[in-house]
Design a protein around this ligand. Structure first.
Ligand code: G
Ligand code: G
Ligand code: MN
Ligand code: NA
Length: 256
């Protein structure tokens, strides 16, 4: 069990770190990176967010933790841009609690400005359930983010209960197909039909569609054949620290 006090200490003592996982375009190039939070616990080692996110969410600590994530991502983007990788974009996950926070837009825009970054280098990932908790309020927040130049992706798509007609009216840029549908591709007909339907619908709505949790080449081929725009998963890379990712961005440190 993770206690609120442990999380508070983790934040105060800089025990959080970010890993990055590439999102690839159809040609295999790196389109963008997803930032994923990790907790480097002094005794327990690397702790995944599944273990502490509920406690962070319930206690509200996800708000200051999320601010740290944004700051760390923007500071890293500034370093990468200055090093010449000027096209790098990063997607940041937001929980329901963060999305409801009245200071969200100010925090995001303020952090971008602090590091002199264009809003287009940041995407925000939200789950369907975060959006559908308060759909009208969500729409106002999304509109404001969009007006400010940020891009929004719906994460874990297909597992929630979003009304498709509602989705159509939201200023959303991308759908990420939940990885549970990937597991038994391409053999399972139901999963295949669902993934195919999501790709077709995304096209019709003019949305970018991302297949996540791609673990083998048969799954990648299935998605590519459907015309899925972007692919992400262990087949390509595990999430890794910034230093490891840099070589993929053509930023490998010079010898000597
Ligand atoms: O990286 P991993 O598969 O362990 O992530 C588990 C869950 O934690 C995923 O749902 C992911 O979206 C979420 N998550 C990872 N990093 C962050 C973060 O920085 N902020 C929030 N709110 N959620 C995150
Ligand atoms: O909910 P969200 O999509 O944000 O979760 C992202 C999490 O999924 C990351 O923490 C990452 O560790 C995990 N992940 C990324 N690629 C794969 C994959 O190919 N297979 C599995 N099982 N998990 C993955
Ligand atoms: Mn995500
Ligand atoms: Na997801």
């Amino acid at each position: 069990m993770v206690l609120e006090a442990d999380l508070r200490r983790a934040l105060a003592e800089s025990q959080f770190e970010l890993h990055y996982q590439p999102i690839h375009d159809a040609d295999g190039g790196v389109h963008s990176l997803e930032a994923l939070l990790r907790w480097q616990h002094p005794e327990r080692g690397l702790v995944a967010p599944d273990v502490f996110m509920q406690s962070a969410e319930r206690s509200g600590l996800i708000v200051p933790i999320g601010a740290w994530v944004l700051r760390t991502v923007c500071s890293q983007l500034r370093v990468w841009h200055d090093a010449g990788a000027v096209d790098v974009k990063v997607a940041v996950n937001l929980s329901a609690r963060q999305f409801r926070d009245p200071d969200l837009v100010g925090l995001v825009m303020g952090t971008l400005a602090e590091f002199d970054l264009d809003p287009s280098c940041l995407a925000l990932e939200l789950t369907e359930s975060s959006i559908m908790q308060q759909p009208e309020r969500a729409r106002a927040t999304l509109d404001e983010l969009r007006r400010n130049g940020l891009r929004i992706a719906v994460d874990d798509f297909g597992t929630g209960y979003s009304s498709l007609s509602y989705l159509k009216r939201l200023p959303i840029h991308a759908l990420k197909i939940d990885r549970s549908f990937m597991t038994d591709l391409p053999d399972n007909r139901e999963s295949g039909a669902i993934v195919s339907a999501i790709v077709t619908m995304s096209r019709a709505l003019g949305l970018t569609v991302v297949g996540e949790g791609v673990e083998n080449s048969a799954q990648a081929r299935f998605l590519n054949d459907l015309g899925c725009d972007l692919l992400q998963g262990f087949l390509f890379e595990q999430p890794a620290p910034a230093m490891v990712i840099e070589s993929l961005l053509g930023l490998g440190r010079r010898a000597g």
